[in-house]
Design a protein. Structure first.
Length: 548
């Protein structure tokens, strides 16, 4: 069985007839703009969210003939252009197209609704912070008189950062203030977490870097952009911050909850850096005035001290001259004593050296004589031994010759030849023995000569070494005494009264010329003489403080 039906066009026409009823014409609705496209006509997507869940969605548009009126009205009423991500109150008329479906034509808008929604949200956050008792907590910080180290929280590369850095860089160049930059997103869904996270990070860094303040800045923008700053989490972090927070978020007319809970709301980034600059300049001027005042006090005090000092200079000068004179006299006496000691020591040293030289010469002469005597004795003994040996061998040769002569008379010719041969060999042997004896004598004589030479050299070396040792001891002693005398002479010369006065010291005497060494020797209204290098001045003691 076929169901009763109509065509799609007929169904669309029925929808159109229903929409054209009076209850769907020029209706005011509350919604949020989530998409905004403005080529010629303005195409908009409207949504409604409850508990972070979308419950309705509808397309709408502003026709070109209505666009200027609606957009200018919203801009004039809110100070920001109509755009996405803002709550609006709009007047719409529903219509249906068989091809494009149902849509809404926006014919009017109420700017005060958008502003009111922002203010309502700010008020809700403010009430929550007041209930926790932390709304004014950051305002309890005292504003620094001047700034040397500042933390800056800003969107990276924003126009507000650029305006701030123009003057901040100048302060850093002249070492008046250091700026540390932290970056956070300040628009969109990530703004709340990004700002809160960076404020917490700055407070952790504050423990190490000791910031004077936290400056939160961003460039000016649409009023809708301000809504991202109106969040409870970021405001609560500012309330619990460990250092004063200054805001320059670029809105003079409309302020966010961050500006309300901050220690100071300075409006714009430029005003923030101007505030720091003026504070530092004011502190410099105050320091300059204090310095001038201290300089004046110093000059006055120096004048008083100079006056007081001039009253006692003569006393000090006289006392010093007496001390110098006593020191010079003592030095001279000590110098004379040392000189006599030195002279006596030199004489004793010379006597000891002469005595040592005589002793060495005697020892050397005796050693030489002893060596010569021993050498001559050994030479005589050797000569006797040699002569005895020669005499013995000569007697033996004569005896052999006589024996041979006797044999020649008795033996035949052949026997005589043998005898001559034996005689020749005996003569050769005798000559060889005599030569060996001569060589032995010469060797022993050479050894005696070498022994004598070594003995003489050893005795001479010992004598020379001993003499040099005494000469070195005498020379060292003489040099030490000479250096001591020169040092005493230099010290005595440096302590002469004239040279002491040339160094800026002075002596203080009473009118009789006696040196004053103690303050108790001066009474009130006493006259004193202050002796300088080039002149002597007369002064009078005015009061008891002058002596102190």
């Amino acid at each position: 069985m076929q169901q009763e039906s109509i065509t799609l066009l007929e169904f669309q026409n029925r929808i159109t007839k229903s929409i054209q009823k009076d209850d769907l014409k020029e209706v005011w609705i509350r919604c949020e703009i989530t998409d905004f496209n403005n080529p010629n006509h303005v195409y908009i997507e409207l949504t409604q969210t409850e508990n972070n869940r979308m419950v309705a969605k509808q397309k709408a548009m502003i026709w070109a003939n209505k666009k200027d009126f609606i957009l200018n009205k919203f801009l004039t009423g809110t100070g920001t252009p109509l755009q996405k991500d803002i709550d609006v109150l709009i007047r719409v008329t529903a219509k249906n197209s068989p091809v494009h479906g149902i849509s809404l034509d926006i014919i009017d808008i109420e700017p005060s609704f958008t502003v009111g929604k922002l203010q309502l949200k700010i008020q809700e956050i403010e009430n929550a912070l007041l209930a926790k008792g932390v709304f004014d907590k950051n305002k309890s910080f005292q504003v620094p008189e001047y700034f040397t180290n500042v933390a800056v929280l800003t969107p990276k590369g924003s126009a507000g950062e650029g305006d701030f850095k123009k003057e901040a860089d100048l302060l850093e160049e002249v070492s008046l203030c250091k700026f540390t930059y932290f970056f956070a997103t300040m628009q969109g869904l990530q703004a709340e977490d990004s700002i809160s996270k960076q404020i917490a990070e700055i407070n952790r860094a504050h423990a190490e870097q000791n910031f004077d303040a936290l400056i939160i800045i961003r460039g000016g923008g649409a009023i809708a952009d301000l809504s991202w700053l109106n969040n409870f989490k970021s405001a609560n972090y500012i309330c619990h911050s460990k250092l004063p927070v200054f805001c320059g978020l670029g809105h003079d007319r409309d302020i966010s909850i961050l500006c309300k809970v901050a220690n100071l709301n300075l409006g714009t980034p430029s005003k923030c850096i101007n505030f720091i600059t003026k504070s530092n300049i004011k502190s410099i001027e105050i320091a300059k005035q204090n310095l001038l005042r201290l300089e004046s006090q110093f000059i006055n005090r120096r004048s008083q001290i100079t006056s007081m000092a001039e009253l006692s200079i003569n006393q000090l000068r006289t006392m010093y001259l007496n001390n110098v004179q006593n020191a010079v006299t003592a030095r001279e006496n000590k110098h004379n004593t040392l000189y006599r000691t030195f002279k006596s020591g030199v004489i004793n040293c010379k006597g000891m050296i002469n005595k040592s030289n005589r002793s060495l010469n005697d020892t050397y002469s005796k050693s030489i004589a002893r060596v010569i005597t021993n050498t001559l004795r050994q030479e005589n003994e050797l000569e006797k031994m040699f002569n005895l040996s020669v005499k013995h061998r000569s007697a033996r040769s004569i005896e052999l010759k006589n024996t041979l002569d006797n044999l020649m008379k008795m033996a035949p010719v052949k026997l005589m030849e043998k005898i001559f041969t034996a005689q020749f060999r005996a003569n050769q042997t005798s000559k060889q023995k005599i030569n060996e004896a001569k060589l032995a004598k010469e060797n022993k004589w050479q050894n005696l000569k070498n022994l004598f030479s070594n003995k003489v050299t050893k005795e001479s070396s010992y004598a020379v070494t001993t003499q040099l040792s005494w000469q070195y001891t005498y020379s060292s002693f003489y040099k030490n005494i000479k250096a001591l005398v020169k040092s005493m002479h230099d010290n005595i010369f440096m302590m002469q009264p004239k040279r002491v006065l040339e160094k800026g010291f002075a002596l203080i005497r009473n009118p009789k010329g006696k040196v004053i060494t103690k303050a108790t020797q001066i009474q009130e209204n006493d006259s004193i003489l202050i002796e300088f290098q080039d002149n002597t001045l007369k002064a009078k003691i005015g009061n008891q403080d002058a002596k102190k």
